[in-house]
Design a protein around this ligand. Structure first.
Ligand SMILES: [Zn+2]
Length: 116
């Protein structure tokens, strides 16, 4: 999230500011045995990074990195509970599972919404 006070000035020197702006919401959609998070927990990214379990955050990083620079990942998980929306100019979703090897089974839904 760009926190430029003088956005126009910084935009000239920092390529990141030339990218589109997005809002990210992270929602826990599976993981009823988890002690870290509960189903329905919602987080804003990056504002709430410190509230997200480090393992889960680590597993999401690569996906968020693609999404925050305007990319989308092409697989759709069609016909599964994880079927995605992909709209580069609207809402794009991505599902990510925590690597915890026990049976807690945390899955989060990342929702990227373009800010117009
Ligand atoms: Zn955890």
């Amino acid at each position: 999230m760009c926190k430029c006070e003088n956005y126009e000035e910084l935009k000239k020197s920092w390529g990141y500011c030339k990218t589109k702006k997005y809002r990210f919401e992270i929602e826990v959609v599976e993981g009823d045995k988890s002690t870290c998070h509960k189903i329905g927990d919602k987080f804003e990214y990056p504002q709430d990074r410190g509230l997200i379990c480090p393992w889960l955050l680590d597993s999401m990083t690569g996906f968020i990195r693609v999404l925050e620079f305007g990319g989308t990942l092409p697989w759709k998980y069609e016909g599964t509970p994880y079927e995605k929306e992909i709209d580069p100019d609207g809402v794009t979703t991505e599902f990510v599972r925590c690597p915890d090897p026990s049976d807690v089974g945390i899955v989060v839904k990342i929702t990227r919404t373009i800010l117009k």
